[in-house]
Design a protein around this ligand. Structure first.
Ligand code: ADP
Length: 497
């Protein structure tokens, strides 16, 4: 369609390795590398990234500053710059990462959860757009991610609509988790620089609030989310977080592209964080990682099935199902390893289980990226019984490390985990559909039975899983197609105008 490299700007509130609170940061740090290296004529694409410069971000240098029209006055944006590196056909490609800095809005002791979130991110979005002519760089498409960048498509179709520098730029808005919507009282319209007429159900009004996520969904040329199943689910009230009607309205422009993971970073053959490296040709070495993990967590060093959980400890993750079945599981000869942090209620739940089963449970409450890798390498089974899951990265990493996932079939879990078939031997994990302890337990027992009674079959399942490709290779191409789709839409709208 567009037979030339594309100019793509990815906007995200967090990007690995600079700032991370969740899976979005992993996507924003790894997708650009894929986008830079796929495309027409094998030329790759000109990809750049922009995020806020939080106080904790280091290693970026001053590039420029300029006034941003904001709240009927000017507020200064400082642009700093850093980069991420991609490998392309043996050569290194540098992807610029611009950081919008402003002492008042971003020099704080954490990234989010302040009273002035709407003001902070409205400023960020405005500054991103003001930055572009100053860089003398006109992207073909701006890829916005989550509510913090929802105002960008809105601004392009309001403040910048008549400006020839901007009016050809297409937008894609990606929903990573519909639960976090950025809804604020009506008076935040002042930060968007828009009048009362935008407080309307066809525009920004959402149950008496102004919604930044709705701004993205309504005004972007194309909307996407991070798996096909989630794209379908969110059009129903059960998963739609009250936005299902709006999403149904845009269903012709709503796509699902499953996330990939960085196959260089998550590679058991080379991962420096794990005790012993291995690949699909020597999966038995996983056992050494298991023993090292047991030692590290103070568990008896034995060759028993190790079941694991690495997760934010929040309602979304289906942890009440674990509470329901835990005594049954612990009744068997297994060990259970948990790494997570989040709601006090769930932290306490796991602490209580640890008290009851001190010799069977390894527990680490907190965020620990190194221990996470050691668990992915050393465990046999990885639990993800989520209530909903837009995509999920945990199951993709566990598959890469030959740790068999047991998942609830929802969102991206349904799109990436195939149930083991005892007749053909196909599959890469185990799954169940109805949200109940009984189904979950049945599935765990199915897995444990295979592990114990047919070790050779289990071994094949591990190898099957490790041979799968959940890198960005395929999804990167799908994103390029999506960007081209958005560009075509933008062009046709312009022709009509
Ligand atoms: P979500 O984005 O909803 O938290 P994902 O499965 O998409 O869930 O991504 C979670 C990522 O964060 C995975 O890479 C997982 O390994 C990692 N992770 C979650 N909790 C922890 C923790 N306590 N310590 C280290 N890594 C964690």
């Amino acid at each position: 369609m567009f037979d030339r490299p594309l100019k793509i700007l990815l906007v995200s509130p967090e990007v690995v390795p600079f700032a991370k609170t969740g899976g979005l940061a992993d996507v924003a740090g790894s997708l650009p590398k894929a986008l830079a290296t796929v495309g027409n004529d094998n030329l790759g694409n000109d990809v750049r990234v922009v995020m806020p410069r939080y106080r904790q971000v280091e290693g970026c240098y001053y590039r420029m500053d300029f006034p941003v029209p904001f709240k009927s006055r000017n507020e200064t944006a400082i642009i700093r710059e850093s980069s991420i590196e991609a490998q392309y056909q043996g050569e290194r490609r540098t992807i610029p990462v611009y950081m919008v800095d402003n002492y008042h809005y971003f020099y704080r002791d954490r990234m989010y959860m302040f009273d002035d979130e709407a003001e902070r991110f409205a400023f960020f979005c405005r500054a991103v757009l003001e930055m572009l002519p100053k860089l003398e760089w006109q992207p073909d498409v701006i890829h916005c991610n989550d509510w913090q960048s929802g105002p960008i498509p809105l601004f392009l179709k309001t403040h910048y609509l008549q400006n020839s520098f901007y009016n050809r730029i297409a937008t894609v808005y990606t929903i990573h988790n519909l639960q976090y919507q950025g809804n604020f009282p009506k008076d935040v319209l002042q930060f968007l620089g828009l009048g009362e007429e935008y407080f309307h159900p066809e525009r920004l009004e959402f149950y008496g609030m102004v919604s930044f996520m709705k701004a993205g969904i309504v005004y972007a040329d194309v909307v996407s989310t991070v798996s096909r199943t989630y794209a379908a689910e969110i059009q129903h009230p059960e998963f739609g977080e009250r936005m299902d009607g709006l999403l149904r309205k845009r269903s012709a422009d709503l796509y699902g592209i499953v996330n990939g993971i960085n196959f260089h970073e998550f590679n058991p053959r080379t991962d420096p964080r794990i005790h012993r490296n291995y690949d699909q040709f020597n999966v038995d070495c996983k056992k050494d990682n298991k023993f090292a993990l047991q030692k590290e967590l103070g568990l008896p060093v034995r060759n028993v099935p190790v079941i694991s959980l690495i997760s934010r400890l929040v309602d979304q993750k289906g942890l009440d199902l674990i509470a329901e079945v835990i005594d049954e599981i612990m009744g068997g000869d297994i060990q259970f390893v948990v790494l997570g942090s989040g709601d006090h209620y769930y932290e306490k739940l796991f602490e209580d289980i640890k008290v009851r089963y001190p010799d069977k449970m390894g527990l680490y409450i907190g965020f620990n990226a190194i221990l996470a890798q050691r668990i992915y390498a050393g465990a046999d089974i990885f639990l993800m019984p989520s209530r909903f899951e837009p995509c999920g990265l945990g199951q993709l990493i566990s598959i890469r490390y030959g740790t068999i996932p047991i998942v609830r079939y929802t969102g991206g879990l349904a799109d990436t985990v195939n149930d083991y078939n005892p007749v053909t031997g196909s599959g890469n994990g185990f799954g169940f559909s109805d949200y109940s302890g009984a189904s979950f337990l049945k599935t765990i027992n199915r897995a444990l039975q295979l592990y114990r009674e047919q070790p050779e079959e289990w071994r094949k399942l591990v190898i099957n899983a490790m041979e799968l490709d959940f890198s960005w290779a395929r999804s990167g191409v799908e994103y390029i197609n999506l960007f081209q789709e958005a560009m075509s839409k933008r062009l046709s709208v312009q022709r009509i105008a």
